[in-house]
Design a protein around this ligand. Sequence first.
Ligand SMILES: [Ca+2]
Ligand SMILES: [Ca+2]
Length: 108
Amino acid sequence: MKQFLSLPALLALTLVPAYAQEAPDFGSADTDRDGMLSVQEAQVAFPDLIIVDSNGDGMLNQDEVEAAVPGLTFSPDGAPAEEGATVGEAEYQRIVQAVEAQAAGRGV
Ligand SMILES: [Ca+2]
Ligand SMILES: [Ca+2]
């Protein structure tokens, strides 16, 4: 006699939840509470981003964000971000928005 999977078992196999990664708020992401995002803190908050600490100082600065998040520019006129400008709460919100917009664009 053939064994068929029970309906609940089938559902468990097929209904893998569409898990959307939600970025923590800045207060949670900034684990050492210095008001700035380090590369490590950013990588925890945005595990899908490839963040390169290109100047090697351990902190995330705005041009490193721009390199990690295609299409995100911090300066309104599209000029490169101020060199070494750190990422605080306002910039963090911009990253969250950009990442979520990209996720929506991918249909995730
Ligand atoms: Ca920090
Ligand atoms: Ca850096």
